[in-house]
Design a protein around this ligand. Structure first.
Ligand code: S3P
Length: 450
């Protein structure tokens, strides 16, 4: 879907203690990958715990357009009858990836080494985002791309009829770029190599191996070297999607800044490529218990017991941690505003090319709520005001960005005056049950005029 016709203004007001158990839905990154790899595998892949958010539903629709049979068989349960590596059919119409950068970039990779042409578009947010970071490496396989100026959508990708394997060092730390190259490499003969200087989320590597691809990872002086042998015989899988640690961040941070709170969040990923926020919160002095460590859906997970203490301190978040918490900086900046002292986040310029320019969006909204923020191209500094001291009382722009909307609503729970967002509709892209889940914990978050 290309955008929302009707904005949904929402308000959060100062909350009493949050309590209860927050059952977080499936991981967005893993959900996209399960659908795409299922579609690239002959036979039936069954998925449970799929995130049924708009981003992932758009990817499901796209996989149908490329010829896979994709069916919802129950709550979060999906069946994909794939067409096999190199088996994608040419879509009859434009592929609309809605708000999803992950969806469009991974799908471009997956089709780029098949002799078909596809045109991609998305909502107003996605149409602003750079695609050159994907089409540059796809050109090395022999694919061609024709988009708007600056490499923006709508964009037509002409897949390579005779793809060659590629060795590519990613110029930006991006799991989407890495994954697009690996998915393209599936239908190239020989070995495709991706080198990343900093480790980014490794779900593609884990899942490609799980589907039977030959894939090795080595640490070298150049960085992480990932080698995929092309044209593997993939075997259909049963994929149990674990819960999304990026969604868990919202109730966790809400509990940490809302007086008297104590909540439990079961099954939160401890994958080191995803858990930078939790490391940072513990450094700030957060009271988080990591209980019952175990494996779920191929990911290390723990049950989080989160308690408000009112004694969080500002920290310096090192740049090398950025990739492991890239989606969590907006809500971290809210926690930082409610902590004592200054929090400095460095090495975060990738935040400027997300669903919105997240440094700008958070800085403007926090300032409107009475918080002092400094920014550079690559960093953000938040001057904490201490628990319960953020004035609030503003309406913040969400810029079609789910994480910006949810972050400001979390802030409203601990601010002195209500905090509103102009549009909460994008929350449905990644966390469709955010409102009932937060309400069940006791959070007064409501749609305006209802
Ligand atoms: C994602 C990678 C990250 C992240 C996005 C999901 C993925 O983007 O921000 O929400 O599933 O690969 P980048 O690869 O652009 O850092």
């Amino acid at each position: 879907m290309s955008g929302h016709d009707t904005p949904i203004p929402m308000t959060a007001r100062r909350s009493g203690p949050l309590s209860g158990v927050a059952e977080i839905p499936g991981d967005k990154s893993i959900s996209h990958r399960a659908l795409i790899l299922g579609a690239l595998t002959v036979g039936e892949t069954r998925i449970t715990g799929l995130l049924e958010g708009e981003d992932v539903l758009d990817t499901a629709k796209a996989m149908r357009a490329f010829g896979a049979e994709v069916e919802r068989t129950g709550d979060g349960a999906w069946s994909v009858h794939g067409v096999g590596t190199g088996g994608f059919a040419e879509p009859a119409d434009i592929i609309d990836c809605g708000n999803s950068g992950t969806g469009v970039r991974l799908i471009m990779g997956a089709m780029a080494t098949s002799p078909i042409t596809a045109t991609f578009t998305g909502d107003a947010s996605l149409r602003k985002r750079p695609m050159g970071r994907i089409t540059d490496p796809l050109a090395l396989f022999g694919a061609r791309a024709y988009g708007r100026s600056g490499g923006r959508l709508p964009m037509t990708v002409v897949g390579a009829a005779a793809p060659v394997p590629v060795r590519y060092a990613t110029p930006v730390p991006s799991a989407q770029v890495k994954s697009a190259v690996l998915l393209a490499g599936l239908n190239a003969p020989g070995q495709t190599v991706v080198i990343e200087r900093e480790a980014t989320r490794d779900h593609s590597e884990r899942m490609l191996r799980g589907f039977g691809a030959e894939l090795t990872v080595e640490d070298s002086p150049e960085g992480r070297v990932i080698t995929l042998t092309g044209r593997p015989e993939l075997t259909p899988q049963t994929v149990a999607v674990p819960r999304d640690p990026s969604s868990a961040a919202f109730p966790v941070c809400a509990a940490l800044i809302t007086e008297g709170s104590e909540i439990t969040v079961p099954g939160v990923s401890q994958n080191p490529t995803r858990n930078g926020l939790y490391t940072t919160l513990v450094e700030m002095g957060a009271d988080i218990g990591f209980e019952n460590p175990r494996e779920e859906g191929g990911e290390p997970v723990a049950d989080l017991r989160v308690r408000f203490t009112g004694t969080l301190k500002g920290v310096e978040v090192p740049p090398e941690r950025a990739a492991s918490m890239i989606d969590e900086y907006p809500v971290l900046s809210v926690v930082a505003a409610c902590a004592e002292g200054t929090t400095v986040m460095r090495g975060v310029k990738e935040l400027r090319v997300k669903e919105s320019d997240r440094i700008d969006a958070m800085a403007r909204g926090l300032e409107a709520c009475g918080v002092t923020v400094e920014e550079t191209e690559d960093s953000m500094t938040v001057h904490g005001m201490g628990a319960g001291n953020v004035p609030g009382g503003a309406t913040c722009a969400s810029h079609l960005d789910h994480r910006i909307a949810m972050s400001f609503l979390v802030l409203g729970l601990a601010a002195q005056k209500p905090v509103s967002v102009d549009d909460g509709a994008p929350i449905a892209t990644s966390f469709p049950v955010f409102e009932p889940l937060m309400a069940a914990l006791g959070a007064p978050i409501a749609r305006v005029n209802q």
